[in-house]
Unconditional design. Sequence first.
Length: 201
Amino acid sequence: MIGRLQGTLLSKQPPEILVDVNGVGYEVEVPLSLFGELPDTGQPVTLVTHLQISESQHSLYGFTQSGQRQLFRNLLKISGVGAKMALAILSGMNPLEFTAAVQAGDITSLTRISGVGKKTAERLVMELRDKLGDGTDFGSGFMPTGQQAPTGPLAEARNALQGLGYKPVEADRLINSVATETMSTEAIIRAALQQAGQRTG
């Protein structure tokens, strides 16, 4: 099993990054809400990872903190939630927001996440509420020490775009040009990157 990677961050193409470890390139899928925590390309990076093995492929999922990985693994234990949906959930909400929504039984907020319907949201609340506590069981680590957790898809998208190298002003301009109230974090990022491509093309 691959539980940790330490190497050089070669590229960031949401939701995937490429990490060089002693000449071997590892393709790692990372929640969009965590892109703002990643270093610039060409810089050292350390990730804790979860390896998902199926008959057709091996998929590697990466996190900047062990608490994030634990939450991902807890999601995998929920009936009807596979690795792709778990990644989508953590892309639509940062772990602190998700923990707060589960604790509050906030079905409405959970169903705003792409792919999460009412029944799935209800299962998440029912099965995870007692396991998550107040979020402190996962350690300090959903966000770097001293950094305030962003709130909502717009802030998550802004963090992700900055993680991709966009300046705050550029990220805000792109987001404001494409975002609507009903869009998920992932949808905002994709639309913003498409808009940026059109401007440079």
